[in-house]
Design a protein around this ligand. Structure first.
Ligand SMILES: [Zn+2]
Ligand SMILES: [Zn+2]
Length: 319
């Protein structure tokens, strides 16, 4: 093991960080334990939907994404100085309880020793009582509101401990804007999702159901979708096809190879717009985010047919 760590330049602190044995990098900031809502611009408060959702969520603090970025950046710099670990770019993944260099996990996948077939999950559409049309989410006047909900800390370490879940979500939203000509308007809800009540505590399906129940009220219209982010669940992500809620997992537990978080966000949000799975092996599907292998290796593309699925659904083109 020591040889492996040395080969990939992994330090003791990198391993401690992955195991959750170092303090959270945001500790001491409001993003660590306060319920904070982040919006792009205070001008958004002119929007009636925005005011309504904020009122119902009862946050402790409302700030702009610029203010939030500055808190994160400062915390990150301090952390790198103190521990020589970059929370935006962790070097170690835990696989079945064993800390392994990320590069080594990639080798395992490349050689076929670690399969990807169960690394993500989709469940079928089912009306869970959300007031909305049967056609699923779609832009209205070219706008989709995206509610990004972060798990709060609990005894199961559900709060994400890095920062790429958030940058990854924004990267994915940009791709939707560029490809489909819609505005994706983000809201962040920090420390808002209590996952301590699900059982088993690592079960992604239970987490999705919990998110759907706790945040049904976000879906005030067909153009509101939700992505919840947690850590240590048993898949990289889960969504219900053609519905409004999805879950992204920063580092999955239980022997699953860890996808990049931008891949997770792009894949899960595509499921919401009725794009199905594209297979597990790179050779069985053109380069496409809906294929597990391409998603693991970090593609940002949709193949022609999945692009078409998202395009018609996000733009509400139904026969
Ligand atoms: Zn999927
Ligand atoms: Zn595809």
């Amino acid at each position: 093991m020591q040889k492996l760590y040395k080969k990939y330049n992994v330090t003791e602190n990198d391993i401690k960080f992955a195991k959750g044995e170092l303090p959270h990098y945001l500790m001491g900031t409001v993003l660590y334990d306060k319920e904070v809502i982040v919006i792009e611009d205070f001008k958004l408060l002119d929007d009636e939907h925005v005011r309504d959702v904020i009122k119902k969520s009862k946050p402790e603090i409302v700030m702009t994404s610029k203010q939030r970025s500055s808190i994160m950046e400062k915390a990150r710099e301090r952390y790198i100085k103190k521990y020589s670990v970059d929370p935006a770019n962790p070097k170690v993944d835990i696989l079945n309880g064993v800390p392994l260099p990320k590069e080594y996990v990639r080798e395992l996948v490349r050689s076929g020793k670690l399969g990807l077939e169960d690394s993500e999950k989709v469940i079928n559409a089912e009306n869970i009582g959300i007031k909305s049309s049967a056609t699923g989410p779609q832009a209205i006047n070219g706008k989709v509101y995206v509610h990004i909900v972060e798990a709060k800390n609990d005894q199961y370490w559900h709060k994400p401990d890095g920062s790429d879940w958030l940058s990854g979500t924004y990267a994915a939203l940009d791709r939707f804007e560029e490809e489909f000509g819609v505005d994706m308007i983000p809201y962040e809800y920090w420390n808002a999702w209590d996952l301590s009540d699900i059982s088993p505590a690592y079960n992604a399906s239970e987490a999705l159901k919990d998110l759907e129940q706790d945040f049904a009220f976000f879906v005030v219209d067909d153009n509101h979708i939700v992505i919840g982010w947690a850590d240590r669940l048993d898949h990289n992500g889960i969504a219900r096809m053609n519905r409004f809620h999805s879950v992204g997992v920063e580092d999955p537990c239980c022997g699953k190879a860890n996808w990049p978080d931008d891949s997770v966000a792009q894949h899960e949000i595509s499921h919401l717009f009725n794009a199905g799975e594209g297979g597990y092996w790179c050779w069985e599907h053109p380069e496409c985010i809906m294929n597990y292998c391409h998603a693991f290796w970090g593609t940002d593309e949709w193949c022609g047919s999945h692009w078409y699925d998202v395009f018609v659904n996000i733009n509400g083109i139904h026969d």
